[in-house]
Design a protein around this ligand. Structure first.
Ligand code: PLP
Length: 390
């Protein structure tokens, strides 16, 4: 059975170029970057190179890049670190469709007495700028907004919101974890003060990431230890992981222009063929700017979870749009914030294409879906196992 991976928003395979860079580091550069001797300085040099590579992809200066263990830690550091360093402002503005890496630190700040506004989004998942403008005040310390949503791919108006926030004297954090490597991301064009990066979403290793911190931003580290990463993230650095992140950023920078149109064309073709094959199927957020690799598909009355499990049995990996927490299958908070019913949210699956995706993979997915889902009289149903062709 040919296995087809179409879940690149969950994670990506490590690129061969990244593996080569990490191998060389693991083999030859085991030193502690804080050591003054040759071995330490060799590892320090690799960190310096990686910092330049991450900065180059984002349009940031190397010293504005703080290495973390991933996107979650980067966003926690941004939200909690800015709050800890702040004076009297006690309001945070975020959106209803953020990743838990943002929503949960916000909930924690709420429990500590901060007021948090969760701005609503429209049917396409785009944040309501009017509601944001209304919620902003001289009390607002920080605005935290994702650049692209992980479930539906909607690209948010970060530049516009950043301008509104700065006019009120607030700082702006952007979770760019899903956008980096898929669309151009430049901290100056976005006008943000802080920006989260995750290595494993862009063909780098898991357990590495970065927070861009604009020069002069008031922020305090959440961990206490040595002086690494300007004291914002103490602890001996994950040198091989960081080297992998740097290599992944360099690769993304070199490949973006050529990869994006190819992946977008495949995704658009997939959507067209599915819409023709399955009457009643809906593509979420189709009417707005979206990530080129992501499609969120609602197949009304079909269980997204059952569909994903059955596709997996046929060798095709996709994901549901539903978050699963503590064993409870709750409908996706993103889709419900977009106004979808609980039933439709549970009938949604996410397909996310990537660097290695080919037309043959798209064909395999469509074939597998046709064998699993029956379209009859405008209704979609999951075929019982015994009636599936082949
Ligand atoms: N933010 C978004 C939008 C994500 O999709 C993810 C990962 O799924 C994260 C943050 C967390 O990143 P990490 O897995 O590196 O902690």
């Amino acid at each position: 059975m040919q296995l087809v991976y179409l879940d690149h928003n969950a994670t990506t395979p490590v690129a061969p170029e990244v593996r080569t860079a990490m191998d060389a580091c693991l083999t030859h550069a085991f030193g502690n970057p804080s050591s003054l001797h040759h071995f330490g300085q060799q590892a320090r040099h690799l960190l310096d190179v990686a910092r330049l590579q991450v900065g180059a992809l984002l349009g940031a200066a190397a010293e504005e890049v703080i290495f973390t263990s991933g996107g979650t830690e980067a966003s926690n550091l941004a939200l909690l670190g800015v709050a800890q360093a702040s004076g009297k402002r006690r309001h945070i503005l975020t959106t209803a469709i953020e990743h838990p890496a943002t929503l949960n630190p916000c909930a924690m700040l709420e429990s500590e007495g901060y007021a948090v506004t969760y701005a609503p989004v429209d049917v396409d998942g785009r944040v309501d700028l009017g509601a944001c403008e209304h919620a902003l005040s001289d009390e607002t310390l920080l605005v935290s907004i994702m650049l692209a949503n992980n479930e539906v791919g909607t690209i948010e108006p970060v530049t516009e919101l950043a301008a509104l926030a700065h006019a009120r004297g607030a700082l702006v954090h952007c979770d760019a974890v899903q956008a980096i490597g898929k669309i151009p991301v430049n901290v100056h064009a976005l006008g943000v003060d802080l920006l989260s990066v995750s290595s494993h979403k862009l063909y780098g290793p898991k357990g590495a990431g970065a927070l861009y911190v604009k020069r002069g931003t008031s922020i305090t580290g959440r961990q206490h230890g040595g002086g690494q990463e300007r004291r914002l993230r103490p602890g001996t650095e994950n040198v091989p992981g960081i080297v992998g992140l740097g290599a992944a950023c360099a690769l993304a920078r070199a490949r973006l222009t050529e990869e994006t149109p190819r992946i977008r064309a495949l995704r658009d073709e997939l959507e067209q063929r599915l819409l023709a094959e399955f009457p009643g199927l809906r593509v979420n957020a189709k009417g707005t700017a979206r990530l080129p690799n992501t499609t969120s598909l609602c197949l009304p009355a079909v269980s997204g979870e059952a569909l994903a499990v059955n596709l997996d049995l046929l060798g095709v990996a996709i994901s549901t749009a539903s978050a699963c927490s503590t064993g409870e299958h709750a409908p996706s908070h993103v889709l419900t914030a977009m106004g979808q019913s609980e039933a439709d949210a549970k009938s949604t699956v996410r397909v996310s294409l990537g660097r290695a995706t080919t037309r043959a993979h798209v064909d395999t997915l469509i074939l597998a879906l046709t064998s699993l889902v029956r379209a009859e009289g405008g209704r979609l149903t999951l075929r019982p196992t015994e009636t599936r062709p082949g």
